[in-house]
Design a protein around this ligand. Structure first.
Ligand code: NAD
Length: 354
């Protein structure tokens, strides 16, 4: 098969860097466009940064002067749009950046992609795809004991973050319907795994538990999330971007529902087995219940049947294997998380994302 060229936005972030590493290792040509906000970390790309099929471009998705010439110069086949403000707690404290990047930024990127696509001809034009990467949080809140999100579930976002992602999904669909831009969308459940920024629930818990620090859990820890290992998501995204049907959306999830308390307790128990605390305490004793997040959705759960049956993707990790691999990775890679923990983020309110 002919080598395809991907423009990945947000490729220095958690999921974007997994996508970039995967595509580069598959032999695709990858242009990573990232603004390097607090969440973007070039160290996550050390393993592939010198590969001949990889290029980094430091830019904003809203930069309509830079992006159309870049798409032309690189003869891009697929845009995978992951760049976003992604942390729910930050969206509650300061929603402005979420509107700016997730909505206005996506609008401007769509305009850049449309301008480029309109200039293409023949097979190159037919083969072009704009893949928008989104979240299951656009579907809102499920009861604890019933329901599951399908591609037909109506949008009902609860937080400034999920509302901004819902808006961007609508814009992408509108650019498909109105201007004919060949778009495809995916909505994924919560990701976890290596290179996850230490403000999020799983890495925060692993690192605090390692150091014997308190483990904050919102409310009573009853909220349920459907966890997917990040490398499984990266493979799903590569599948959707290259074989997904134009105009369609695909739900991505691994059928691994856990309450937040179960997640934290699992990490405590696995770490106790590997590295007992010096004072003999069990790490579950470190769990500290804190005031719940405002508007905290109770439960998310994804039905990924369409992606599994139509495109043949299936998650390879279950939660037990994935969380063990994640803990191993944090134990072995202090070079990556150490500077973040000890640096400017250490004093901030470290929340827990959905
Ligand atoms: P992240 O916060 O780790 O990374 C976001 C990246 O985007 C960073 O590298 C940042 O520098 C970059 N960025 C931000 N604003 C930019 C701008 N204006 N221009 C260019 N680059 C910019 O996010 P993530 O967790 O990797 O999520 C990636 C995408 O996947 C997001 O769109 C998110 O909504 C979606 N998603 C995330 C999850 C999850 O569990 N993390 C689940 C489903 C969907």
């Amino acid at each position: 098969m002919q080598q395809q060229t991907f423009l990945v936005t947000g490729g220095a972030g958690f999921i974007g860097s997994a996508v970039v590493r995967h595509l580069v290792r598959q032999g695709a040509r990858v242009i990573n466009l990232d603004k390097l906000t607090y969440a973007g970390n070039p160290a996550s790309l050390t393993a592939i940064e010198n590969a001949p099929n990889y290029r980094f471009v430091h830019a904003d998705i809203a930069d309509t002067a830079t992006i159309p010439p870049l798409l032309r110069e690189e003869q891009v086949d697929v845009v995978m749009h992951l760049a976003a403000e992604s942390h729910v707690d930050r969206s509650i404290d300061g929603p402005g950046a979420f509107i700016e990047t997730n909505i206005v930024g996506t609008f401007k990127l769509l305009q850049s992609a449309l301008q480029y696509w309109r200039e293409l001809e023949g097979e190159k034009r037919d083969g072009f795809r704009f893949h928008h990467i989104s979240t299951d949080e656009v579907f809102g809140d499920l009861p604890f004991d019933s329901g599951i999100f399908t591609e037909e579930t109506p949008y009902d976002p609860s937080s400034p973050y999920s509302a901004s992602k819902a808006a961007s999904d609508h814009l992408v669909r509108a650019w498909g319907h109105t201007y004919g831009l060949p778009v495809v969308l995916s909505n994924c459940s919560n990701n976890y795994g290596p290179f996850h920024f230490p403000e999020k629930l799983i890495p925060l818990t692993i690192l605090n538990a390692l150091e014997g620090k308190p483990l904050p859990v919102y409310g009573k820890g009853e909220n349920i999330r459907d966890w997917l290992y990040v490398d499984d998501h990266a493979k799903a995204l590569a599948t959707i971007a290259t074989t997904g049907k134009v105009g369609q959306s695909y739900n991505v999830g691994g059928r691994n529902e856990r309450t937040n308390l179960q997640v934290v307790e699992t990490i405590c128990d696995l770490l106790d087995q590997r590295i007992p605390l010096a004072d003999g305490r069990k790490r579950r004793a470190l769990i500290t219940f804190v005031t719940d997040r405002p508007g905290h959705d109770r439960r998310y759960a994804i039905d990924a049947t369409k992606l599994e049956t139509e495109l043949g993707w299936k998650a390879e990790e279950n939660f037990d294997t994935g969380i063990a691999a994640t803990i191993d990775w944090y134990l072995e890679n202090e070079w990556w998380w150490g500077p973040i923990r000890s640096g400017k983020y250490a004093g901030e309110r470290l929340g827990q994302t959905a």
